[in-house]
Design a protein around this ligand. Sequence first.
Ligand code: GLN
Length: 481
Amino acid sequence: MDYLNKSLFEIKELLESGKISSVELTKMCLEQIKHTQNINALISVCEDFALKTAKRVDEDRKNGKKLGALAGIPIVIKDNINLKGTKTTCASKFLENFVSPYTATCAQKLIDADAVIIGKANMDEFAMGSSNENSAFGAALNPKNTMCVPGGSSGGSAASVSAYQCFGALGTDTGGSIREPASFCGVVGLKPTYGRVSRYGVVAFASSLDQVGTLTRSVKDSAIMLEVISGQDKNDMTSSAEKVPNFSNIKSDIKGLKIGIAKEFFNENLNEEVKKSLDDAISFYKKNGAELVDISLPSLDKALAVYYIISSAEAASNLARFDGVRYGVRAQKFSDINDLYFKSRSQGFGGEVKRRIMLGNYVLSSGYFDAFYRKAKKAQKVLKQEFSAAFSKCDVIISPTTANVAFKIGEKSSDPLSMYLTDIFTVPINIVGVPAMSIPCGKNKDGLPIGMQLIAKQWNEEMLFRFGEIFEKNHKEAKNV
Ligand code: GLN
């Protein structure tokens, strides 16, 4: 464990100083993956690819070649991110045997930074879910308590980082899929500003909300990874030309900065222990010179409904391409083309994905479009205005990531609404498009991690790192890994 429990930043220094080689480290991670196989965090392990990369990096290092920011470091990517020559299943039966013909930009950027991609993480099918139970390859388990879910949809990525299988992972976040599992597994989860990271080669769920981000064991690790994967990409017209700052150079001072507190985030449904941890975090910031300001987000409680309308509408369109003709599952027996579509989709998709497609087509259908989709888009505008007004008064907003800690496997799987409610504090952030990070801020009496969410203005991830790191440095006990 001497090496495996290091943060990405620490292991980077050990690799650079020659204390350990990348091949040795990669082998340790592969061993750890075997030891912790029970948590089912990975759908595939890229053993040969990882060892080959590690060997090449070690040789380049020996020869004095200039190496990238993640040189020799084992990293996991979520299984909805294409990596040429590997299976990209999206945890769906539909894509069980689909091999990527090309590599996503974010994965290519990891490769260009000399990272060692070691595996592809379990997830909820097509990133729809909050518990990882909607995976065609079985649920992933929470390493902190294997009776509990790791969260979702990037549950495998969070579990893998939390179980020391790798030093960082990529996930995707459409409504909370990085932050919620990060909070449940006691790791740091960052959803960057929409447009910060290219979505090219990432299987789309809801294109206007999807964003690639990181799961790591420290705030600085997250900054290092974000710096690598950010930037404009000609293959994704929604990726932004916004300058990529030197994120890993984190300012440590928060004196005079303002933290916004919205009562709407602290409603009566908040678990007592979660509330206590958040109160303590707020006092900590105050003691360290931050100023607390009250802000108001009156439409926050509409965000969940808005999210399920917009995301399902986009999902219904995006998933139309899975028709049994072009990708994945194709029904064996069919009478005509419509029957082929019908049977292939019936066989290939799991229950939750079907529910979203039906919901999405319903809200887009004539007669309902104005009542649901158009109305949701209007409410999205209102939410954006409310956040923008709030950010004129503060530098970051603080909230719980989830109202409760990780729940038991099976507890919510037959009740979609209560599953959807898990994301009540995370979905507004995607609706508005701003960056947010979940960091561990305590544990409950059973030792399960509690996460807090820091939210910043568009393109202001730096502020998240700043507030995140000072807290982390002073709360070693809150760290769960
Ligand atoms: N849990 C939410 C959903 O099921 C969010 C998923 C995500 O962010 N990909 O839609």
